[in-house]
Design a binder for this molecule. Structure first.
Ligand SMILES: [Zn+2]
Ligand SMILES: [Zn+2]
Length: 344
């Protein structure tokens, strides 16, 4: 089969590889029906993910059909349509039992698929700990609707869940890229009084205005004054920082009111400054990433109920054979791209 492969920093290539096989009784093999490109794939390509292993197939956002299961797999059967979780976790260690699956202590735990082991920009993928890593997709939910459940939608859902959002709150979301929009959708489920989205790209600001007319949209240059004027207690009650830009960590805490919750979802490429003397007395609570991706069943049920819809984010679809063109479009942010789907 042809699999899109991390050859070395700077180089991905579509290479011929053998079809994956079961290596452990808890493994499943999934025939990938739809996958997508994530910004994290670009981080691997640029050599900024030290754990990424050269030679692996990339891709960690995908849906498919179970092809084969190991003898200890209990929750899925061959033929089941499934969403694949970006995180591999054992389900039984201290962290897994507390829902902190991102910190699973198993050697295979954490972000393994498409980083340390072969991922899903290929026709087939082996998924370890299939009972935890696969979630059956309800019949009424399409592949397109389920595509982001295991990664960026799981991230948005987790971020909204831990941010202690109340009905009377003004919530500020920094960043309206794919994960920012997923975060927005999950924050909307909690019905805060007001949601403000701050985004530097005019096209993405327009995308949010068009699709989510109830949301207030602002550019970074104006966000501090805007939040002051559109909040009840001198700043946002909750801030979710999803942008990861040069100045967005500072904006996150300066736009927060005293005693606010500031949730950092973004993955920064540089260290950030936490100027404690400047924020002394503001009594902020910071929460930091990464995602505990263990809510996929609940997310899929919200999609089935019509409460979550990420299909507008899929702006482009390519066959896997044209993966090079798909990456170029995504990387150069051409043609209003938000997310690209790949069909093996
Ligand atoms: Zn990702
Ligand atoms: Zn674990």
């Amino acid at each position: 089969m042809l699999a899109y492969t991390y050859v070395k920093p700077g180089t991905f290539a579509l290479l011929e590889k053998p079809k994956p096989v079961l290596l452990h009784p808890k493994d499943a093999i999934v025939r990938v029906t739809l996958s997508s490109i994530c910004t994290s794939d670009l981080h691997i390509k640029h050599g900024s993910v030290p754990k990424a292993v050269p030679g692996i197939t990339v891709g960690h956002e995908m849906v498919g059909v179970v092809e084969a299961c190991g003898s200890q797999v209990a929750t899925v059967r061959p033929g089941d349509r499934v969403a694949v979780n970006v995180e591999t976790f054992c389900g039984s260690c201290f962290f897994c039992r507390h829902g902190f699956v991102n910190n699973c202590t198993d050697p295979n735990g954490g972000w393994a698929l498409g980083c340390r082991i072969d991922g899903g920009q290929a026709p087939f993928v082996r998924v370890p700990f299939a009972d935890q890593g696969l979630t059956v997709i309800p019949d009424t939910v399409s592949d397109e609707q389920a595509l982001f459940v295991g990664d960026i939608l799981a991230t948005g859902f987790w971020a909204a869940r831990i941010s202690e959002i109340q009905r009377e709150d003004t919530v500020l979301i920094l960043g309206a890229g794919p994960t920012g929009i997923c975060t927005l959708l999950c924050v909307q489920l909690q019905h805060p009084k007001r949601i403000i989205v701050c985004e530097k790209d005019p096209q993405r600001r327009q995308f949010v205005r068009e699709h989510y007319p109830d949301v207030l949209v602002v550019a970074p240059e104006e966000v501090e004054a805007f939040v002051q004027n559109h909040s009840d207690h001198g700043g946002a009650d909750v801030v979710l920082e999803v942008a990861g830009g040069n100045d967005t960590f500072r904006l996150a805490w300066t736009c927060a009111r005293p005693n606010a919750v500031v949730t950092i979802v973004a993955l920064y490429e540089e260290p950030q400054v936490l100027p404690l003397p400047d924020m002394y007395g503001k009594n902020l609570t910071f929460k930091t990433g990464g995602v505990d991706g263990c809510d996929c069943e609940e997310i899929l049920s919200l999609i089935a109920q019509g409460q979550l819809d990420t299909t507008p984010l899929i702006t482009h679809t390519f066959p896997l054979q044209q993966v090079e063109q798909a990456y170029a479009l995504f990387e150069e942010r051409r043609d209003g791209v938000i997310k690209v789907a790949l069909k093996p």
